[in-house]
Design a binder for this molecule. Structure first.
Ligand code: MG
Length: 354
């Protein structure tokens, strides 16, 4: 059986980061959500999920279902930091990694001697070093790996062939498969198809007639748990940013400027670590009424110098002059690709000159 790749997904990631620094909340229903009237749940601990609380639900609805839940404001800087630690551990173990978002990645297992034990060791290492639990799915392609990692969360470890996936999920709704969304499942429902097993039994021609010559065959292959095992590793970073949501909205200009300066310190440290420079400096401001703006300025030379970034970012903030209390502040540097091309050009010219 070919175990080509793994999908690794951290369990209740934001909530787990919060529980790690607030161990007194362990065992309680915890919801990470904003505080405004339109706030949504970003992550719920498994204790809160028991009450039917889920991601993307409004915080108000979540509290109606689970009135005793502890609500924590999202702290994206902390999640980014833990995410970077986890991804670094993964890259220490696995040569080819495709990161997706902050808390999941596809891992190429094709040249590992014993992929299962390697993945067991990796998960243990992630927990030992960061306190984060992960669920892992291993399979012959992305689709099987992804569905497998989801099948026994939290702390799942599921290895499956495509045939095993077909058997195990024959009675599952078609929406179990990423790529079959609400609209498609409604149209399938009109054809009397509710489950993946039923979808597999439809004549491929019938699907092509109903969904077209492109989407029809895709649906047929999704139902077979067939798909690509490719991993994209050459993701070119084009920007880097840091943002933070305040526990209490900030109305004072000087206090905001101090927050901005500390975000820049973090950002330029990250840029320096990877020797990245950019020419476009950007700020993001979200007001207490959820108005969100970004302002950016492009300077002459690519930089990762904290003083330069701070100067520009402060100027952008002063020009914007928030008219209401601020709930989120962010700063970023973009335009790396240009900077790298410019360096390459300089290098090429240097060689000619020598
Ligand atoms: Mg996750």
């Amino acid at each position: 059986m070919e175990l080509a790749l793994a999908h690794l997904d951290l369990d209740a990631f934001f909530a787990s980061v919060e529980l790690k620094r607030r161990p007194e909340l362990r065992g309680l229903p915890v919801i990470v959500a904003g505080s405004g009237p339109r706030a949504v749940v970003t992550t719920a601990s498994y204790e809160a999920r028991v009450f039917g609380v889920g991601s993307a639900m409004s915080a108000a609805e979540a509290l109606r279902r689970c009135p005793d839940a502890v609500v924590i404001a999202p702290d994206s800087a902390a999640y980014r930091e833990t995410s970077a630690q986890v991804m670094a551990i993964i890259r220490d173990h696995i040569a080819r990694v495709e990161q997706l978002g902050l808390d999941e990645a596809f891992l190429d297992l094709s040249d590992l001697h014993s992929p299962r034990s390697a993945m067991r060791r990796l998960v243990a290492e992630i927990f030992a070093q960061t306190g984060m639990r992960a669920s892992v799915g291993i399979g012959p392609n992305r689709l099987v790996a992804k569905v497998a990692s989801d099948a026994e969360k939290p702390n799942g470890f599921v290895v499956m062939t495509a045939q095993q996936a077909r058997d195990r999920f024959a009675d599952s709704p078609v929406t179990l498969v990423p790529g079959i969304g609400g609209k498609t499942s409604e149209r399938l429902g009109l054809m009397g198809i509710e489950t993946l097993g039923q979808l597999r039994e439809v004549e491929p021609e019938a699907l092509s007639i109903r969904f077209g010559p492109r989407q029809g065959p895709i649906l047929a292959s999704l139902a077979m748990f067939e798909g690509s095992a490719d991993i994209t590793t050459d993701r070119i970073a084009v920007s880097e940013s840091r943002e933070t949501t305040f526990d209490v909205d900030i109305a004072s200009g000087p206090a905001l400027e101090m927050e901005l300066a500390s975000l820049v310190t973090e950002l330029s440290a990250a840029l320096n670590k990877h020797d990245r420079r950019g020419r476009t400096i950007r700020i993001k401001v979200r007001l207490d009424d959820w108005t969100t703006i970004t302002r950016s300025r492009t300077i002459d030379a690519a930089t990762n110098d904290p003083a330069t970034i701070t100067d520009v970012a402060l100027q952008l903030l002063r020009d914007y002059r928030p008219q209401r209390p601020v709930r989120l502040l962010g700063v970023g540097v973009a335009g790396f690709a240009d900077a790298e091309r410019q360096q390459q050009l300089e290098l090429d010219l240097g060689e000619v000159a020598a």
